[in-house]
Design a protein around this ligand. Sequence first.
Ligand code: ADP
Ligand code: MG
Length: 705
Amino acid sequence: MSISSPTNILNNPIEYLHGVTTFKGDLLKKELGIFTFKDLLEHYPFRHIDKTKLDKITGLSPYNEYAQVAGKITQLETLGEGRGKRLTARLKDETGEIELVWFRGINWIQKIIEVGQEYLVFGKLNFFMGKPQIAHPEIENYTVQKADGKYYLEPVYPSTEKLKAKGLNGRAIGKLTYALLQILTEKDLSENLPESIISQYKFVTHFNAYRQIHYPATDRHYLHAVRRLKFEELFFAQLRLGLIKSTRHRHSKGLIFGQVGHFFNTFFNQYLPFELTNAQKKVLKEIRVDTGSGKQMNRLLQGDVGSGKTIVALMMMLIAADNNFQSVLMAPTEILAQQHFNTITALLKNMPVCVKMLTGSSKGKHRKEVLKLCEEGTLTILIGTHAVIEEKVVFKNLGFAIIDEQHKFGVAQRAQLWKKNTIPPHVLVMTATPIPRTLALTAYGDLDYSVIDELPPGRQPINTVHRSESARPQVMDFVKQEITKGRQVYIVYPLIEESSKMDYENLLKGYEEVKSFFPEPKYWISMVHGKQTAVQKETNMQRFVKGDTQIMVSTTVIEVGVNVPNASVMVIESAEKFGLSQLHQLRGRVGRGAEKSFCILLTGPKTSNDARERLKIMVATNDGFKIAEKDLEIRGPGEIEGTKQSGLLNFKLANIVQDRIILEAARKAAEHILESDPDMNTDVNLPVINYLKQQRGKTAWSKIS
Ligand code: ADP
Ligand code: MG
């Protein structure tokens, strides 16, 4: 199969279009990223103006959010001075009068509007002293033209202040798309979906979808076009990721972990401190099948906070060791790396397995020693931060790589791990908090997917309450009672920016306040924050882990992974400032032992409705998967951690929350093609293949050919 890209008119530079001067072309590139015909074609209108539907001014009421009126400008005047300066106009139709007002761009508007002329005006409607008013309306000359027969819904496009100032406003861009659609033929936009999909979903053709999204004949035509183009976006995104995955499944060479041997069996029979849950067993099995298959594994492991992902990771590393391979476990922070190191060395203390830690603060002799052990192969398990993927770190035979708490790592770092061995190691990516399945499958469609959907037995739900600042004394009394019972407590302050001075000061203030409630020597307090050295952090952490201190005051550095089973109260200060997944992560620090645990969300006076909604969800459920779904609904996919870097969720039209039904359909369709035609060479799929080939520079295809 060749990867040549047929010359296609869609790849023409935008200046080739009639009406686009070099000057305008440069502006379009700079302001809107429109370089080619195709870019312009995919610059979709955000609304259409139905010129046949005018509002009568007297009929307008506060129930109308927007108004479209036509009439004569009867008056134009500037009022006020300096910053209060504004331009007002009166527009009269046969029923009444409306005021238009501008606070910016006054000179420009004055130039284009003339008293006595007729205009068509659209904008958000306000009522000011009982009278209708539109601020910064869209305005254009109104010539009583009927629709020209081809369309009557006129598109309005996103534009920018700069473009508007040069005459390329949202409607002027319409002139360009109109010109473009005049010259494009059905051949230029040939069908890109198989016949079966088109008939199953009753799609309009690819060509018509583009025409109708810009210039629909009716509202219904528009909706059909949008539905088809959203499907295309989602379908081709899934197909590309799926192709990467299936190519790897079929062609990649992977290390074979053929046997389960002494290390695994000894650990399993003698040192495993509890029985694995069924979900853990199931996941171990899935990973074992992969790692024995001769193909390279790339798997995403999801599990709620506390579901026991670490032990799964450890047992897989032992199987790697049984097959003479080294493993690496990479965590997002020093504290977490240290914690994993402590947990794992404790579990393996009676076994001859060489486990070392490497982080940014490993220096000098220690660092040299670790690097040496790693290179000569004496070291079996390396635990660390992203320091482990630096080039200086050379393995003798790295077979298994685990990325814990994926959202802190970029996609590029994942790929860097592959290069650590001639045959790339198997890679297991573990998420910190669940992300919704839909999102996981979309964003990580190139990975296989496992889930631990069950918590270890005996876990009690964490009792979560929301209290306002004024209840602080009662909250502290409660904390005191718990400490008296022998429990330990976290008090967490928000850290919005890594280096923000204010956050740091808040933390110190909080620390002093906590001290006044809990004076030494009756109580001892640890404090951990990002400005401390690794040694300071570790010392404070260890005092808390050992029970020398009863209270841990910290920023979110303890957010992920930290495990102190005796801690039973989590107090979150300024809880309104945290996102849902962060709150859930923090809450997951308690409820790890047998004791009844509590999470207290303290909020200040300025708590928005959105924040209240988040806190309500936290109080209502302990289920991380449910919380993830809600988070997705509230914030939308763009804001979910871990998805920003992927870029895969930035669709032009589709929104994976609102368009879930289309997303499901698109995924099924892509899956079906990959299963029924893995080599992508049957005639029925020719439209799809040709389209993929046209998409120059897009990833998957070059690997397939
Ligand atoms: P996470 O999935 O959040 O990383 P961890 O791996 O830290 O969770 O496990 C949370 C706690 O649960 C740890 O203290 C661990 O020892 C314990 N644990 C894990 N699996 C089991 C099990 N099957 N039975 C009982 N306790 C378990
Ligand atoms: Mg963990």
